[in-house]
Design a protein around this ligand. Sequence first.
Ligand SMILES: Cc1cc2nc3c(=O)[nH]c(=O)nc-3n(C[C@H](O)[C@H](O)[C@H](O)COP(=O)(O)O)c2cc1C
Length: 201
Amino acid sequence: MLFYEPAARPRDLLPHDPLKAVIAPRPIGWVSTISAAGVVNLAPYSFFNQFCTSPAILGFSSEGRKDSIRNLEEVGEFVWSAPTYDLKDAMNATSASVAPEVDEFDLAGLEKAASRLVRPPRVAASPAALECRLVEIVQLKRANGAPLDAFLALGEVVGVHLDPRLIRAGRFDTAALRPIARCGYHDYAVVEALFEMKRPA
Ligand SMILES: Cc1cc2nc3c(=O)[nH]c(=O)nc-3n(C[C@H](O)[C@H](O)[C@H](O)COP(=O)(O)O)c2cc1C
């Protein structure tokens, strides 16, 4: 087994940090927010997941105080839209580093659909979306307490949008959604098949 402490990575063997390829695949938080002035933002975050069931709490982490975090500080609401295989190029386009006044929906040629309970819109073409109210923004820190330039936004799901075509026999059909997930480097995975395993009684 190769072992190293992160600061002493053997760069001849591993020129690129492998950790994002090891913690993979990661679901993608395709997050829309809106500024107080009404400028909409859409960006993908793979430091993303659901952390609680009832209520559902979603979180994503921004390395640096990016526009999504700034917007959340102004208007504490966000929407997650499911990034599907069909939307992969649009999702990627929304990761461009552009000025805060640029609306990434327009940049990626995506249509907006109005949300029901929050101000940021969802991606109309995405078959699943969750409206969220910000709970808190946590500045991440090291084990020794030193603050990092990284911000974890946590939000409570207050509204659920599902394309009824993905509901089959009372269940949401994740494989039919074909969600994409982030692996390391420039790699992605797509979920197209599932296997079932019941927990021990
Ligand atoms: C698939 C994918 C996942 C990403 N995940 C993250 C992430 O977890 N955290 C982060 O800070 N940036 C991440 N990025 C980069 C941001 O999407 C990018 O910096 C974007 O411009 C941020 O947008 P904003 O400044 O409009 O909020 C990711 C990019 C891609 C393509």
